[in-house]
Write a protein that binds this ligand. Structure first.
Ligand code: GLV
Length: 319
């Protein structure tokens, strides 16, 4: 009997084929609908390995339903969707997909920063909607990125990759992190700041910290109030790190100038979400790591981690 795997989204056929000889692979094929919870619970009750994505809630109930489960391979660098405590108690390994997505996510972060600063999405949609009637000096004017001060909250691998890009824009780079990054400070001149100080000084604040009990609501009303009225907030980490109600208020009463969001407290974000009604918000559907090459690399890491477990090797990225 081959070990059974359930994959919660449609993956690339070539990667799935690498597993098919040795495993009995089942996959949720719909690309428009996530796997319903009842289906997931049923599948998990039968499988030895579970391949998940960032929006699958792998909670205690799910882990305890997986009586034979040996590994949850999460196709993301973040793993806040997984109850690690429950996994540990039940001897279920959890792996993630770091490194391969660092540069791709830094690219997207910078793209979102530029798009928000220069109102690209708004300007483009006005053009497409036939509202470009005249070249007008102050129409679609935004904030300069070149030479501005960037504040990175969460200076991990992706934070450092964003900071390196910022140097090409001649930005002054500040960062806040649990640990000082002395090498990056010495090599690139990035400067450490306490969070409040960073918020007060930065023209662009980029949130890249992991989502943990310590970072829930890290950027709330008080923190937004410390930012410059001309500042732009970019969140590419997890929605819950920024208090969305406080952000809505800050954007409507001009406490800050604009925000660019790739992540939301609830995903997929409902189309009637208040933040989506604001012209000074740029929104994206959680596409930080979405390049073809990177998504394939993440899939390959997941496939490899599952193979490792069943072929008696220790997988590379155990969390
Ligand atoms: C995406 O959000 C990830 O954690 O990889």
């Amino acid at each position: 009997m081959k070990p059974k795997i359930f994959i919660t989204r449609k993956m690339d056929d070539r990667v799935v084929a690498t597993l098919q000889d040795k495993f009995d692979v089942r996959m949720w094929e719909s690309e428009s609908e996530p796997v319903p919870r009842a289906v997931l619970l049923r599948e998990v009750s039968e499988v030895d390995a579970l391949w998940t994505v960032v929006s699958d809630r792998v909670d205690r109930e799910l882990i305890e339903t997986g009586k034979k489960l040996r590994i949850v391979a999460n196709m993301a660098v973040g793993y806040n969707n997984i109850d690690l405590e429950a996994a540990k108690e039940h001897g279920v390994l959890v792996t993630n997909t770091p490194n391969v997505l660092t540069e791709t996510t830094a690219d997207l972060t910078f793209a979102l920063l530029l798009a928000t600063a220069r109102k690209l999405i708004l300007a483009e949609s006005e053009l497409r909607n036939g509202n470009w009637k005249s070249w007008s000096p102050m129409q679609f004017t935004g904030m300069d990125v070149g030479g501005a001060t960037l504040g990175i909250v969460g200076m991990g691998r992706i934070g450092e990759a964003v900071a390196r890009r910022a140097k090409g824009f001649n930005m002054h780079v500040l960062y806040h992190n649990r640990n000082r990054k002395h090498d990056a400070e010495a090599e690139h001149g990035f400067e450490y700041r306490e969070l409040d100080q960073l918020l007060e000084e930065a023209d662009f604040v980029v949130v890249l910290t992991p989502y943990t009990p310590d970072t829930v609501g890290l950027i709330s009303e008080r923190e937004l109030g410390l930012m410059k009225r001309t500042a732009v907030l970019i969140n590419v980490s997890r929605g819950g790190i920024v208090d969305e109600a406080a952000l809505y208020n800050a954007l409507t009463d001009n406490t800050i100038w604009a925000a660019g969001l790739d992540v939301f407290e609830t995903e997929p974000v409902p189309p009637d979400h208040p933040l989506l009604s604001l012209p000074n918000v740029t929104v994206l559907p959680h596409i930080g790591s979405a390049s073809i090459k990177t998504r394939l690399a993440m899939m390959n890491l997941n496939a490899q981690a599952i193979m490792d477990v069943f072929e008696g090797r220790e997988p590379k990225n155990i969390v």
